[in-house]
Design a protein around this ligand. Structure first.
Ligand code: GLC
Ligand code: GLC
Length: 675
């Protein structure tokens, strides 16, 4: 008998033993809702073998394995009975259309509840605004109870079942979720499971010397083991503290803290940790969350002698969480937050692990292309690395609440005659505004004096040049910055996947330097791109087409509507092409009998694409540019203005049978106004 067969047998035997016990425990609930209980049994039986195999391979060697498994099943059944009926109905709809999240209808937004709207009630009042943008996905940044003062923007969670009192209550959150869902907006919340805050009850008990909870974390009496690990660890927050361990005077222990010293890494080699976190996850699932953003996935398994990132067990743990979710909250989707090497980013994406993932490579390379005005690395990398397995999707973004790191592959760069480390140094200089001719106003984040590493903070608008141009009141530069921003948006809206807007960026919000005078924020430059929303100001500029902010907003809203109408922008099957011009990024989308050829100009100068290229990639002779609603004919090169973007759809005949001179106006207008 093979090992696999043996595990299968063990799985079957275990369920045979466990099921009657479960039936006894939940006798009353099952009697009151027989059909519901049968549905649970069916799901459990379907998923059991997989869940068991994963847990067995992670924890089978531990003496208390069976105890944890039984407790896990009890939690699953309890969660199932507690799951609100409206969610079960929604789930049935989702299961009937499993590809729903790959649709071109999807548009994501993200915000901090406090910074964007004060509290949960304020956020509810913003519903009309979210609808105006056409959002179908809203990521609320961590809103659970966390330490006063610095809590890493809420990423240090003290209680996963209580909303931070200044934002509201868990009941208000549940109501909000349901209301937003009725308006077609799915809620996304974080599952911060790599670490808890040092104020979480588990951490407090560990501090009090409770052996059970000491084993939840990594605590060491001296430097022997920390030193041994640190030989191969990367420093994630080197300006916070050197290394990855923090000394706690009160308990005389070194604690593993990958991020801030108050964020204690959990020890997933302990099955008790898996089970405890699974309970928290299922609790969050029952609030009505449709996407769980799995925070810092790369770091959850430690192995001496490695970087302790992206270990095989990290995948097994996520898969086991997912398998459990399949039983109790079957429509819950996982979003991976792995801001690491592109191969590793990819390794988390699968229908049985994380169904959606941030696309940090596209994000970084869009900025890279903007700085160099050339698209060779972007084109090459996307050609190799954009395609995803069926049933999964990218979340494409320009800015998030975090810094920008240049996570491209070194060999991809070398293949394009780019020296990777020199290039990273250039990009950092460029975005910190220290490179001659740079339009960007970014700040360094986590500058490591020893290695020279640094990452970049800044809002979309400030990095794209609007801050610098506005200060100089230079009309032409302002117009260029606006075009850069809109071109970047046009790409994440048409490339395939879920576009994600960091709210505030849709009106071109500039850097906010006030963080530097706030004690809890001063040491973390990411706050420069997390400004407080000013709706009074926004209402003034939003409809003012003379203001760059109004221009960005109006055009973005138009592009969002346009995106939703294109059948071709569905899933992540995109064909990247060589446009024959170093500054033009081009790709083809097809689906549901529609074909779109998208071209974007990354240069400050007008650029041309050859007529032949246009005919071949566009598969036609006459095209409608959906962006301008104009028609053109591929009988001569197409000229794109600085940062212009076109979405070309073949048409049988020119829509407007204008004189050829009219079409010339379209292709050769040199003004910097609206393309
Ligand atoms: C993720 C978050 C980041 C946070 C870190 C630690 O990377 O995006 O903001 O600092 O995890 O939780
Ligand atoms: C974590 C941090 C993020 C950083 C990334 C890579 O996700 O939160 O800021 O960019 O790690 O170091």
């Amino acid at each position: 008998m093979t090992d696999a067969q043996q595990v299968q047998q063990q799985a079957a035997l275990s369920l045979e033993r466990l099921w009657p016990r479960l039936e006894t425990t939940f006798r009353d609930e099952a009697r009151a809702a027989t059909a519901d209980w049968r549905a649970f049994e069916m799901r459990l039986r379907q998923e059991w073998e997989r869940l068991f195999e994963l847990l067995f391979s992670l924890y089978g060697g531990q003496y208390d394995f069976f105890y944890h498994i039984e407790e896990l099943l009890n939690t699953a059944a309890r969660t199932w009975f507690a799951r609100p009926p409206w969610l079960k109905q929604l789930e049935a709809r989702r299961e009937a259309t499993p590809a729903w999240f790959q649709s071109q209808q999807m548009v994501g937004g993200m915000c901090y509840v406090d910074l964007f709207a004060g509290n949960l009630n304020g956020l509810r009042a913003r519903l009309p605004y979210f609808k105006k943008l056409g959002l179908t996905y809203l990521h609320l940044m961590p809103l659970f109870e966390s330490p006063e003062g610095n809590s890493d923007g809420g990423y240090a969670v003290s209680n996963y079942r209580r909303v931070n009192p200044s934002l509201g209550t868990i009941e208000e959150l549940s109501e909000l979720v349901r209301e937003f869902q009725e308006h077609g907006i799915s809620l996304v919340l974080d599952f911060v499971f790599n670490h808890t805050s040092d104020e979480h009850e588990w951490a407090r008990r560990a501090q009090a010397g409770d052996y059970e909870y000491e084993r939840f974390y990594f605590l060491f009496p001296d430097r022997t083991i920390p030193d041994a690990y640190e030989r191969t660890l990367r420093e994630v927050f080197p300006t916070v503290r050197r290394g990855s361990f923090s000394w706690r005077e009160d308990i005389h222990r070194w604690v593993w803290t990958t991020f801030n010293s108050f964020q204690w890494d959990l020890n997933y080699a302990n099955p008790g940790v898996f089970r405890a976190m699974a309970e928290e996850m299922l609790y969050i699932a029952n609030i009505g969350v449709e996407f769980l953003r799995l925070d810092a996935v790369a770091f959850i398994w430690k192995r001496m002698g490695t970087s302790c990132e992206n270990q095989p067990e990290a995948h097994q743990i996520i898969q086991a969480f997912h398998s459990l979710a399949r039983i109790v909250a079957p429509a819950l989707l996982f979003k991976s937050e792995a801001i690491v090497h592109p191969d590793d980013v990819m390794s988390y994406i699968s229908p049985r692990e994380c169904q959606i993932s941030y696309n940090p490579l596209l994000m970084a390379l869009l900025w890279e292309s903007l700085a160099t005005s050339e698209v060779k690395l972007l084109e090459h990398s996307m050609h190799r690395r954009f395609h995803l397995p069926q049933g999964t999707a990218w979340v494409n973004y320009l800015r998030s609440h975090d810094d920008i790191g240049w996570t491209f592959d070194d060999n991809d760069a070398r293949l394009k005659w780019i020296d990777p480390s020199g290039h990273r140094a250039f990009l950092n200089q460029f975005y910190m505004g220290r490179f001659p001719g740079s339009f960007a106003r970014g700040l360094p984040f986590q500058e490591n004096a020893e290695t020279g590493d640094v990452r970049i903070s800044g809002t979309l608008a400030s990095l794209a040049g609007l801050e610098q141009a506005s200060q100089g009141a230079d009309e032409q530069r302002i117009a260029l910055a606006v075009r850069r921003i809109l071109m970047l948006y046009s790409i994440i809206l048409s490339i395939g996947g879920i576009p994600l807007i960091y709210l505030g960026d849709e009106v071109g919000t500039l850097n906010d330097y006030s963080f530097a005078s706030e004690a809890n924020k001063a040491s973390d430059s990411r706050w420069v791109h997390r400004p407080k929303a000013d709706f009074a100001w926004q209402e003034k500029v939003e409809n003012d087409l003379n203001s760059p902010h109004g221009q960005i907003f109006a055009e973005l809203v138009r592009l969002l509507t346009l995106r939703k109408q294109q059948q071709a922008i569905y899933d992540s099957n995109t064909e990247f092409v060589e446009t024959g011009n170093a500054h033009l990024f081009g790709y083809i989308r097809h689906g549901a009998s529609q074909r779109l050829f998208v071209v974007a100009n990354f240069s400050t100068y007008a650029q041309e694409i050859d007529a032949n290229q246009l005919r071949v990639y566009g598969a036609g002779y006459h095209f409608t540019d959906l962006i301008t609603d104009q028609t053109l004919t591929a009988e001569r090169p197409l000229r794109l203005q600085p940062y212009q973007y076109v979405w070309l759809e073949p048409c049988s005949l020119p829509k407007v049978t204008g004189k050829s001179s009219e079409r010339d106006t379209y292709v050769s207008d040199g003004s910097l106004g609206k393309p």
